[in-house]
Design a binder for this molecule. Structure first.
Ligand SMILES: [Zn+2]
Length: 317
């Protein structure tokens, strides 16, 4: 039983066989799209069904925001030009300072902004994910979320201290397992968990290997920041004598289940590695622009990587 017809709009379908329908009808039944097609073919068949005419409007499939930290919408206008990421930056609020109720309020704001800009799916990580994941999913989005998995003390990283502590890492993994048990697949299947080790420099080799094991055990996807800054590359060179991408390959994380955000400061060997593994690169154009650096997206794509777009610290562009 059709409840509503959207008419007189242009529809972008995402279907290569018919990418644009200039004068389209979208039929909605309950919570589902029942039919999409040209008005000439569909429009006459729905009798007295309520209609909403949308002349001059374009209807698109829901967008996927492949890399966000919705809580960090609090950084808008604060941190965009202060360094490559808030976690590494002096003088801005940090994750360990954000209270649970603040995280929920900010995550809901970020998720609502994402919806307003057309995103119906978000891959998100930050703090208090046990509260922000259900709160975001309750707004109607499909959310893949996780807390930050790391074993550095994040109250020290912005001061230039990378010291790995298994106690911190094991607690993050335990919280992730609890998140999976409590929330994965809930909210009608719209709340899901993605494993989110923060970055190669904020996770020891040991912790990254444990995340790879957890990914194998659970079948969940993994999202990580990768070669976001020269500082990250330098830390990994000094700690593990390699590049961040080669380190992920060594610990078993570089595969087609990985979403790697940024991939800006990569060598040609890294590009071949990332592409050959079929990694999804979460490209963040706005972050690239404000940082004055650009990921080698044509080379990554040519090497076999999949490219997707994310907004990172913002949930809108
Ligand atoms: Zn990020």
């Amino acid at each position: 039983m059709t409840d509503l017809l959207l008419t007189d709009a242009t529809v972008l379908t995402g279907d290569p066989a018919q990418p644009v329908i200039a004068d389209a009808v979208v039929a909605i039944a309950g919570q589902r799209i029942e039919a999409v097609g040209p008005a000439a073919a569909l429009g006459a068949g729905f009798g007295a069904t309520p209609r909403l005419a949308l002349p001059g409007r374009v209807i698109v499939p829901g967008l996927v925001n492949i890399h966000t930290h919705a809580v960090l919408c609090l950084m808008r206008g604060i941190a965009l030009d202060m360094g490559h990421a808030p976690a590494y930056t002096h003088g801005v609020p940090h994750g360990h300072e954000i209270a649970p109720d603040e995280a929920v309020a900010l995550a809901r704001l970020g998720a609502l902004e994402a919806l307003l800009f057309g995103s119906t799916v978000m891959a998100d990580s930050y703090v208090h994910a046990d509260l922000t994941l259900p709160a975001m999913a309750a707004l109607g989005l499909r959310v893949f979320a996780c807390g930050r998995i790391h074993d550095v003390d994040f109250s020290q990283v912005h001061a230039g201290v990378w010291r790995h502590d298994d106690t911190i890492g094991d607690a993050a993994l335990a919280a992730t397992r609890a998140l999976i048990a409590a929330h994965h697949g809930t909210s009608g299947g719209r709340a899901n968990v993605i494993l989110a080790p923060h970055a190669p420099d904020t996770c020891s080799d040991r912790l990254l290997a444990k995340v790879a094991d957890l990914a194998r055990d659970t079948g969940l996807r993994v999202m990580i920041h990768l070669s976001q800054s020269p500082a990250e590359n330098q830390v990994i060179r000094e700690r593990s004598d390699t590049t961040p991408a080669a380190l992920l390959e060594r610990v078993g994380l570089l595969n087609d289940r990985l979403i790697a955000a940024h991939c800006i400061h990569v060598t040609s060997e890294d590009v071949a590695r990332i592409g050959g593994a079929g990694v999804t690169v979460a490209h963040v154009p706005k972050g690239n622009a404000t940082g004055g650096t650009m990921a080698p997206t044509p080379a990554l794509r040519a090497a076999g990587a999949r490219l997707a777009l994310g907004t990172d610290n913002l949930t809108r562009t």
